[in-house]
Write a protein that binds this ligand. Structure first.
Ligand code: 5GP
Length: 214
């Protein structure tokens, strides 16, 4: 299913620790009409994370069942855990004409791009490698081997930046949100997004056929 004049499907990726969660939260308070896709995961909840708000926390069995029943738009295994996007919610939101943002990794983004080539793909970059290293270590919630693994994974993720149409540096939360809002506004203004019905009266004045098909 590919929306023509419905909502935008926005994918936000970036390495672990770049601040995707913070950016998403800030965006949602600035753009209350933007819908956020809550992922399912087999990872244990971090302190303060809530079921159904941050993630749908599922057992491995439950997750495998979601894969089997094709309930996920995409999924990936990331540092030993499964993460996936519930399909129904995304499709329903787009059909209602609303914009939805998916905060997912590069492997998931690749799967989404196959299904939604007209999606808007945004990659969040840290101001520098050093800044990212400090963010990952400073969180203090994970053992050193997991931190090292996340840093390696981060470098691999950054290497995929060219798969995305947009690269936004998260140097300052306000500036970062303003850039993403500008991207969303621009995407809504693309000429191919004007609904064909808009042109009806104009088409009656010419004999060259439907404007949206030229
Ligand atoms: P965390 O454990 O830090 O919450 O997330 C780890 C990574 O998984 C992040 O890069 C995050 O963007 C990604 N992620 C979260 N949900 C999904 C999802 O539904 N699908 C995919 N492919 N990646 C996800």
């Amino acid at each position: 299913m590919e929306p023509k004049d419905g909502g935008l499907l926005i994918v936000l990726s970036g390495p672990s620790g770049v601040g995707k969660g913070t950016v998403c939260k800030a965006l949602r308070s600035r753009m209350p009409e933007l819908v956020y896709s809550v992922s399912a995961t087999t990872r244990a909840p971090r302190e303060g994370e809530r079921e159904g708000t941050d993630y749908f926390f599922r057992t491995r069995e439950e997750f495998l069942e979601m894969i089997r029943s094709d309930a996920l738009l995409e999924y990936t295994e990331y540092v030993g855990n499964y993460y996936g996007t519930p399909r129904d919610f995304v499709e329903r939101t787009l059909a209602e004409g609303k914009d939805i943002i998916l905060e997912i990794d590069v492997a998931g983004a690749r799967q989404v791009k196959e299904k939604f080539p007209r999606g808007v793909f945004v990659f969040l970059l840290p101001p520098s490698f050093e800044a990212l290293k400090q963010r990952i270590a400073g969180r203090g919630t994970e053992p050193p081997e997991i931190i090292a693994h996340r840093l390696r994974k981060a470098a691999e993720e950054v290497a995929r930046v060219r798969d995305y149409q947009y690269a936004v540096v998260n140097d300052d939360i306000e500036a970062c949100c303003a850039r993403i809002q500008a991207i969303i506004t621009a995407e809504h203004c693309r000429s191919e997004r004007v609904p064909p019905g808009y042109f009806r009266e104009f088409e009656r004045m010419t004999s060259a056929g439907p404007i949206s098909e030229r």
